[in-house]
Ligand binder design. Structure first.
Ligand code: SAH
Length: 252
């Protein structure tokens, strides 16, 4: 039994990086190994999920394909309850906890309950996945700006929060996360607002993992190519001239 008077619970929001276990931070590894409770979903990938110690209570909060998926509210409640029991809890999140993926909301829910929460940044897929595919998101000759976009907005929202007009005119690199199912719409929007049909595009599936796959094309043909190759999540879409470096810099 945990003595509630002496042990105070704490939640660590831990970034796992994009999937290659060697991209875990030393701190993430230490916390994973010592946690009493670990809440995870499938985004960190098999290699990292295989490292979760059996001694910890491991809760899969995102059994997407299986069937049941806990709501964000239920996840928050679990985090709060386990911490109130005095447990040391790791909430493992793919990439970096504060880039999309609702880490900020989880931290707020905990803070509101007066629970101690510590954030452990991770290597974000938004930069590391293009990098493993030989694509630097900035480069002096090609792009001196980069923007990170969620390709799949909350479907309950009435209006798009994304200013596609602005994005089409943006001269830096566009990196789209969560965009697989909405790729066609997103490409259409960029073309509608005048982005060149020849703009290079790369879609990188399961980046940094042994079965990483890269598909390159242009705004004109990428949708067709992705359908042909049956692209699946998780994938990152990179749009801009930096994609030209893929040929030269990719390891595979
Ligand atoms: N916080 C995460 C992103 C969460 S949103 C981060 O910093 O990386 C989930 C999206 O991340 C996925 O839909 C996909 O677009 C991207 N993603 C995460 N890991 C990935 C990987 N290994 N390969 C390709 N895309 C990945």
């Amino acid at each position: 039994m945990v003595d509630l008077r002496t042990q105070k619970g704490k939640v660590y929001l831990v970034g796992s990086g994009p999937g290659d276990p060697e991209l875990l931070t030393i701190k993430a590894k230490r916390l994973i190994e010592s946690a009493e409770v670990i809440l995870y979903d499938q985004l960190p990938g098999e290699a990292i999920l295989d490292m979760l110690p059996e001694s910890a209570e491991r809760i899969d909060v995102g059994k997407y394909a299986g069937c049941h998926k806990l709501s964000q509210w239920q996840i928050n409640e679990l985090l709060v309850n386990r911490a109130k029991e005095g447990k040391i809890v790791v909430r493992l999140k793919g990439g970096d906890p504060y880039l999309f993926g609702r880490g900020g909301e989880e931290a707020q829910a905990l803070a509101r309950e007066g629970i101690e929460v510590e954030i452990v940044p991770g290597i974000t897929s938004a930069i590391a996945v293009p990098a493993y595919a030989g694509i630097p998101v900035t480069h002096r000759d090609y792009a001196s700006m980069v923007t990170f976009i969620t390709g799949h907005e909350d479907p309950t929202k009435d209006e798009t929060a994304l200013d596609w007009d602005l994005l089409a005119r943006f001269e830096g690199t566009l990196v789209i996360l969560m965009g697989v199912s909405m790729l066609e719409r997103n490409v259409k929007e960029l073309l509608k607002y005048g982005k060149s049909i020849d703009t290079p595009v790369a879609v990188i599936e399961r980046g940094t993992r042994p079965d990483q796959r890269v598909t390159t094309g242009t705004l004109g043909d990428i949708v067709g190519l992705c359908k042909q190759r049956k692209i699946r999540a998780p994938a990152i879409t990179v749009i801009g001239d930096v994609v030209k470096l893929h040929q030269e810099l990719a390891r595979n």
